[in-house]
Design a protein around this ligand. Structure first.
Ligand code: MG
Length: 258
């Protein structure tokens, strides 16, 4: 009898402990690197270095594949008026300069620099603006290039495209893959075998229960792109694991004060 009472007491105590456990603070990801500072630019090597300097968990960047299969780091698919990255060879765009004077970085250059920046995760957004076969090719090139640099533990994939996400999961079962589109419930994301959801923060504010649902399924949660101080506080209190922002330094200070 005494043993049963002791067990019940222990169970109650453990339950109370788990309920009282404070929500862990989110880790901050610099969206397109830390670019709103001197000498930086979106998706530049400098933005990667600066994200590391201020102690971000990760630095996000966008990758398009050129017509001759060179992955380049750039957000816009139309890199110059009428010039679309998937339609042109790398040679024809390699000298394009970013606003901070750097030339257009290739994925190789990005990973090479990233490797030196210990402790910083590289959040690789696979861009998929072309045909399905080209998207699968973009996924293949992504995984091959990351493996070539031995960066499997330092790179995390994100993509809006479900087919590309499935291909990444198939090719790299050992690496994190997050889905960005916000149109799947956490259970579906779990069934596809993805690591977690990385949804627009307003989607998550409308469905705050998804944080808990995702966590209960063993999924991680990330949100994009929160640039307002009050909304950063609100999202952080909901218990997200990660938060992507264009103001990483400020966001980290806000989160530290919570
Ligand atoms: Mg992106």
């Amino acid at each position: 009898m005494r043993t049963i009472q002791l067990h019940l007491l222990l169970l109650g105590w453990l339950l109370a402990l788990s309920c009282a456990r404070p929500v862990e603070k989110p880790k901050v990801i610099a969206h397109r690197g830390y670019w709103q500072c001197e000498g930086s630019a979106q998706n530049s090597i400098a933005s990667l270095v600066k994200a590391h300097e201020i102690g971000c968990y990760g630095s996000e960047f966008d990758v398009h594949l050129t017509a001759d299969d060179v992955p380049v780091v750039c957000h816009e698919v139309e890199i110059r008026k009428g010039v679309f990255i998937p339609q042109v060879p790398y040679d024809s765009i390699k000298d394009i300069r970013l606003p901070n004077g750097e030339t257009l970085p290739t994925l190789d250059q990005y990973l090479e620099k990233g490797k030196e920046l210990e402790g910083l995760q590289l959040i690789y957004e696979l861009k998929t603006d072309a045909a399905p076969e080209r998207n699968r090719q973009a996924a293949r090139v992504a995984v091959e290039t990351v493996r070539k640099h031995g960066m499997e533990k330092r790179v995390e994939f994100i993509t809006f495209n479900l087919e590309a996400a499935k291909e990444l999961r198939r090719l790299a079962p050992d690496m994190p893959v997050y889905y960005l589109s916000g149109d799947l419930i956490p259970l579906q994301v779990k069934e596809f075998g993805f690591t977690g959801i990385n949804y627009y923060y307003k989607v998550m504010l409308e469905r705050p229960e998804w944080f808990e649902e995702a966590h209960a399924l063993g999924l991680k949660t990330n949100v994009w792109t929160v640039d307002d101080a009050e909304e950063i506080r609100e999202i952080a209190r909901l218990g997200t694991d990660f938060l992507s922002t264009d103001i990483p330094e400020e966001a980290m200070a806000i989160i530290a004060d919570l």
